[in-house]
Ligand binder design. Structure first.
Ligand SMILES: C[C@H](O)[C@H](O)[C@H]1CNC2=NC(N)=NC(=O)C2=N1
Length: 95
């Protein structure tokens, strides 16, 4: 999976709702009603990570979850990061 060019990244950012770009990373944070809910969400993300063999950095702080997506092997953002972001965006986050 090739590293995306700057124009390709900018084009895809328009569809990555809620995600912020920080250099070579896509970042999104969520606040959940409880630690249990935050952990459930992390477990769903972990299942996707294993399914797609693509593993975001996951920061769980009490009720808050922050995900950082990047393709380490390419040293940048690839199409996989953007498809992964879309998959995460359809997970329930306000249950
Ligand atoms: C062999 C396996 O495909 C690689 O180690 C994968 C696993 N998950 C990964 N996840 C992410 N985010 N970047 C990678 O480069 C990566 N490499």
């Amino acid at each position: 999976m090739a590293k995306l060019s700057e124009p390709e990244i900018l084009e895809r950012m328009a569809t990555a709702k809620g995600w912020e770009r920080h250099g070579d990373m896509l970042i999104h944070s969520w606040q959940f009603p409880s630690f249990r809910r935050a952990l459930e969400f992390v477990n769903q993300v972990a299942a996707l990570a294993e399914k797609y063999d693509h593993h975001p950095d996951i920061i769980l702080s009490y009720r808050q979850v922050r995900l950082e997506l990047s393709t380490h092997s390419e040293g940048g953002l690839t199409a996989t990061d953007f498809s992964f972001a879309s998959e995460i965006n359809v997970l329930p986050t306000d249950r």
